[in-house]
Design a protein around this ligand. Sequence first.
Ligand SMILES: [Zn+2]
Length: 352
Amino acid sequence: MGTREQRRNGRRRQRRRRSNFPLLLLLLLVVIAAGGLLLNSCVEDENLPAGGDSGSVSENDGGEQEGNAGAPAGGENGGGEDDPSTPPEDADNQALWEGYTIQTMTEEDMQVGLQILVSNEHMYDFPEAAESQLVKLVDHKSSSYTSNVNDTLILPVTVEHLNDMLDDYVAQGGATDIMVVSGYRTYDFQQGLFDRNAAKNGLENAKRFVAQAGGSEHHTGYAVDLYSINNGDYFEGVGEYKWVTDHCHEYGFILRYRSDKEEFTKIGPESWHFRYVSVPHSYIIVDHDFCLEEYIDYLRQYPFDGEHLTYTVGTQEYEIYYVEGLEVPVPESGNYTVSGNNVDGFIVTVEK
Ligand SMILES: [Zn+2]
């Protein structure tokens, strides 16, 4: 191997020695190319303002959106065939990339984050980054509700907002008998649940109401099932409990399985199952009457190199965009979150 390497090096050296004359030719070529580039960049500069104007869409009315201000919607950028991982060098794209840097993610990262979609079609592999964050619900829950067992696990962000929601619910006169009967579930636990349900109610029923092991949102630590002790039944979201269903999005939760969305979720209606997706996503989902499956698809309309979705909750403005693949442009500064979608990419949420 060593000798072949040496031979190759020798050949290279020879070539260099012989190349005195072509060097002049090369120089000439460089001069010509440089002239061409200069001409070219002038032309692109002229096109810049027009491209920017036609690209920006009325939803973005804020003048101080540094990152997005120069980001034209798809068209002028020569389409999406360019690999977004390398900031392109032409003038249009320099404006697009201003204020952003690339965060390189992994396939596992795609299963981590506040907006991951987990279902029988988009299974979950229990990424360590999420598993290691789990805490005991009873150690962190407020006194506004109870837990049926002491070893229920949950993600801290979920219990924090569950506390806020149920504290406010009780404070405005709500019932004090709500009990969390399910938080995080392991693969084996879900398998047992499915098997027991299938044995008791038949396979078809189990398929409709119990996710397969690996396909349950309860694996993520972002989902809870609520129960009413007074009614001796799962939370139905009616009567005095309706407040929770009506207001959950204000705390970042959505009612995940609705009767009118079964065609998308493939799970029968569950008035007791709440999923944390965070604000502003919960608001947008409610605004558009989406289920999570529809929302994940909807966000594809807002790629990084296109128009970004902007949304305001109270005084806080958010900017959201979707990135396919593992090279994720993120703001160089400021507050933002990156969440996998557990399908094919990432959702970036920027606080403006
Ligand atoms: Zn559930």
